[in-house]
Design a protein around this ligand. Structure first.
Ligand code: NAP
Length: 278
């Protein structure tokens, strides 16, 4: 397990639950993180990159810029039968960096669409992946035997599989994930700035505010590299979002409340889409 935060730690819990005989070795930057992961029982042993040649499965769940840097070295160090999967929230740069690696066929590019706003080993939870989708990119570049091994694991922990190319993945995920995070961060900022002047504002904040702003608690260390790697797509989504906000403001200025009603009623369609997803 390279990276034992929310994503890696939650994989560790589910893997142990389904395969109690498995021995999980943890690799992380900070000694304190490894100690915490040991204490929480997420990993059985500490390890280093030089131990990778003995691993059956390597799960890489570190920030996406760190994945781009480290993945070629990881593939250098594994054995012929090792399966390496990543969990990065972007896929184009990660797939690109190992495009011509001699062990490319040992790597499966994944993005589990599961998470919370919490981070680090203490954020790891059981059952995070149950009923969630795992997007797999460039499946044809992974050797068939190792694809099967990965699919067996993902199915055992309750995941659904969806295949996509990395460019489409990054484009679509910018809308449904990256933009939601920016929107929550900036909503949080707007309210915090106001609160400096009006101290009572948080007493009035109800569950609507809490659920809308929840993602603003997410880790900047994880999100900055995601926005950097997916810059062009994120800017495109922001332009559309800002244009919608601008339009809403203009309707308000024009006292055009019938059109504001229509805007909201049309957007209520999101209920059907989200119910369909469940
Ligand atoms: P996290 O809880 O913050 O854990 C990140 C882990 O990576 C920690 O163990 C940290 O260990 C290690 N790490 C941080 N910077 C590193 C670096 N430069 N080099 C090596 N290790 C480093 O993050 P997470 O939510 O599990 O996210 C991990 C990956 O999953 C990311 O690629 C993210 O894009 C992806 N992902 C996240 C979500 C989500 O909702 N959170 C969902 C799907 C996919 P140290 O403390 O030792 O630095």
């Amino acid at each position: 397990m390279i990276g034992i935060g929310l994503i890696g730690g939650s994989f560790a819990i589910d893997i142990k639950e389904h395969n109690p005989e498995v021995i999980i070795h943890g690799i992380s930057r900070k000694e304190t993180t490894l100690e915490k992961a040991l204490e929480l029982g997420l990993i059985d042993k500490k390890a280093t990159l030089d131990d990778l040649e003995n691993a059956d499965l390597v799960i890489v769940s570190i920030p996406v810029d760190a994945t781009v840097k480290l993945l070629p070295t990881i593939l250098d160090k594994i054995s012929d039968n090792t399966l390496v999967v990543d969990a990065g929230s972007t896929k184009k740069a990660i797939c690109k960096v190992v495009e011509h690696h001699k062990n490319r066929r040992n790597f499966l590019a994944c993005h589990p669409i599961a998470g919370t706003e919490n981070s680090g080993p203490t954020a790891a939870i059981s059952g995070l992946y149950k009923g969630k989708t795992n997007i797999i990119c460039e499946v044809e570049k992974t050797t068939f035997k190792l694809q099967e091994k990965a699919l067996d694991l993902f199915r055992a922990i309750g995941m659904r599989i969806r295949y996509m190319d990395p460019v489409s993945h990054d484009k679509h995920i910018a809308y449904v994930s990256h933009l939601s995070h920016i929107s929550a961060f900036m909503l949080g900022k707007t309210v915090i700035n106001k609160e400096k002047n009006e101290r009572d504002i948080f007493d009035m904040a109800g569950s609507g505010f809490a659920s809308t702003v929840r993602l603003a608690k997410s880790s900047p260390a994880m999100w900055t590299p995601i926005f950097k790697q997916n810059k062009d797509n994120v800017i495109e989504t922001l332009e559309e979002y800002i244009s919608n906000l601008q339009h809403f403001k203009e309707l308000m200025q024009q006292d055009n409340f019938s059109e504001i009603f229509n805007e909201m009623e049309n957007t209520n369609y999101i209920k059907q889409i989200l119910n369909g997803i469940k």
